[in-house]
Design a protein around this ligand. Structure first.
Ligand code: GCU
Length: 575
């Protein structure tokens, strides 16, 4: 298995950020010169043709596609190099941590391989042994965004295949035995019970540990076992529950004999009861919007806390209490900002469209990605739904693969709801009655459907006569619905690509929603226009998918205000 020693809450540790300009070399022939055959460091490669000191640079974090014109469509190998000095305390351990590298990474320090990772949207870290550190260190990373049919996602996606070191790179200095991971959440069935674990990493694994929540006068004490793990389940009282209108975060201190970690954690329960979704025991309607991880202030991958603030403030302005962060785990900052702002979150694995469901390799990649996603984010109150897929066909191989993923995800965290963006049963559906009976619905807590009637099929008024036959007594939500419009292009409401058509689509969609008594939410597609490989229509799309309520230049379209006003009414009625 890939490394399973992921350090959590890494931004609150003793870190050195390696962001900035890194040298890079494209390796179009994927020759891997110097790193497989003769282990000659890249610098010593043929100095006239191929060496870092004279090469160009890229900003890290950042995708390469939007930093260099000639890398816009590049699917391939890029070698990055960063030189750094580090004065390490000999009584400490040093790790290198990557927020994400899309899609495969190989990490070398001073010409020695530290480790490899597969998966473009979850973090990983490797320990740096003292023996490897030098006066000046050469960190070399191979980033490989070549798409694979048995990859996760597979070869075809609905978003740009941004390659590179797309998130933070941090040196993390830790004590010889440190607190690598911990889980502190409310028990899913009991708002007066707190449960979780503390996991140490190092030699001295049997230690006294404590979880302190000063504001609740609560200290949970215990002793880790020989594997360095302490599990707890304790009564707790007087909790000020985290809620979208009261995003209360408690200072939580995890203490061992050799390490201390501080975090801010919200306590809430999320459950379903029949067709209702209950937040802290009260029914809630999810007033949502879907969001891709795209920089709202420029182009390419978003990765910073500032990007997250802009994206979630736009959702707040839309009167949302919920965001579907599609179609893959986003960077860690956005979940922490959602915790602080009081925004509910759907987090998703990129099991998107046609995955190679028979492939054991694909399953292992997905399983590891789910482990990294849940390990990183399991203490975030804002996340209420883990989604295991988007628009995948209902057949045996897929059902076996995804029920396995659901079991694996629940085994790591049983406090959150599980869902997936499903499709109607086209064979059983008629023009007027749309049947939803996807096999996966049996294993999902929420039935979520992507629908585009009035955009991909017919005109918006087609929705007047549509009825939904949801064959599960579970909460139902539209995980996608939307229509394209070029911002600033106006005409009549039946002219495609005008803001007027998009507005008409949303008015009809809202009326349809109001006719579905079991509907408990929607997350229309999508907050912002974004780069997508299929959307080439010149002068209208120009590589951008135009279903955003806001253009890629940050300009709102008419439909933004239609949805915003609808959500304002829903908030007042809370239904
Ligand atoms: C699918 C897919 C989205 C895509 C959308 C669309 O529903 O989930 O990623 O952008 O279709 O057609 O716009």
């Amino acid at each position: 298995a890939q490394h399973q020693n992921l350090i959590t809450n890494v931004h609150n540790r003793n870190v050195t950020n390696l962001s900035g300009k890194w040298r890079y070399l494209t390796d179009v022939n994927r020759e891997r010169r110097g790193y497989e055959k003769d282990m000659v460091p890249i610098e010593k490669w043929d100095i006239h043709e191929y060496n870092f000191p004279t090469s160009d640079w890229l900003y890290v974090p950042g995708d390469w596609n939007t930093q260099r014109e000639n890398l816009f469509y590049y699917d391939g190998h890029v070698w990055y190099r960063k030189k750094f000095t580090y004065d390490k305390d000999e009584n400490k351990r040093l790790f290198i941590y990557f927020g994400a590298v899309n899609y495969k990474a190989e990490v070398y320090l001073n010409d020695i391989l530290l480790g490899k990772h597969v998966g473009g949207f979850t973090p990983f870290n490797f320990e740096i042994p003292d023996s490897l550190l030098q006066e000046e260190n050469s960190l070399v990373v191979l980033a490989d965004n070549v798409r694979e049919f048995d990859g996760v996602p597979s070869f075809r996606t609905g978003w740009w295949n941004y390659g590179g070191i797309t998130r933070d790179v941090l040196l993390v200095e830790l004590n010889n035995t440190f607190i690598r991971d911990y889980y502190v959440q409310l028990d899913k069935n009991s708002p007066n019970t707190i449960k979780g674990f503390v996991q140490l990493d190092g030699q001295a694994l049997s230690q006294n540990v404590a979880i302190e929540i000063p504001e609740l006068n609560k200290t949970i004490k215990g002793k880790t076992n020989k594997d360095g793990k302490y599990e707890f389940k304790e009564k707790i009282a007087n909790v000020d529950y985290w809620d979208v209108d009261n995003p209360k975060l408690y200072k939580v201190k995890v203490v061992s004999e050799t390490d201390t970690v501080q975090d801010k954690i919200g306590f809430r329960t999320i459950a379903t009861e029949g067709t209702d979704i209950l937040l802290n025991g009260k029914p809630i309607f999810l007033r949502g919007i879907s969001i891709h991880e795209e920089n709202p202030l420029g182009e390419g991958r978003a990765w910073s806390r500032e990007h997250a603030m802009v994206l979630l403030n736009r959702a707040k302005e839309l009167n949302c209490n919920f965001v579907r962060l599609a179609h893959y785990p986003h960077n860690e900052h956005i979940y922490r900002v959602a915790d602080e702002m009081g925004m509910l979150v759907w987090e998703e694995l990129p099991l998107f469209w046609a995955i190679d469901w028979e492939s054991e390799k694909a399953y292992k990649i997905a399983e590891n990605m789910a482990t990294e996603m849940v390990t990183r984010d399991k203490n975030r109150a804002s996340i209420i739904i883990w989604s295991v897929a988007n628009e995948t066909g209902d057949h045996d191989a897929r059902n076996k693969f995804l029920t396995g993923m659901i079991e694996h995800t629940r085994s790591m965290d049983d406090t959150r709801l599980i869902s997936a963006a499903l499709l109607k049963n086209a064979k059983k559906s008629t023009k007027k009655v749309k049947v939803v009976d996807d096999y996966l619905g049996k294993y999902s807590d929420i039935i979520s459907i992507n629908e585009y009637f009035g955009w991909y099929q017919g005109l918006p008024q087609i929705k007047d006569s549509i009825r939904w036959d949801i064959q599960f007594n579970k909460p139902f939500l539209f995980s996608e619905t939307g229509a394209g419009a070029l911002q600033g292009f106006h005409g009549d409401s039946l002219t495609r690509w005008t803001e007027d058509y998009q507005s008409y689509y949303f008015r009809e969609t809202i009326e349809m929603c109001e006719r579905i008594p079991t509907l408990r939410g929607l997350s229309p597609w999508i907050l912002n226009d974004f780069l997508s490989p299929q959307r080439v229509f010149p002068y209208i799309q120009d590589n951008f998918l135009r279903k955003g309520l806001i253009s890629d230049r940050g300009e709102k379209k008419e439909a933004f205000y239609i949805l915003r006003d609808y959500y304002k009414k829903k908030a007042e009625r809370n239904r």
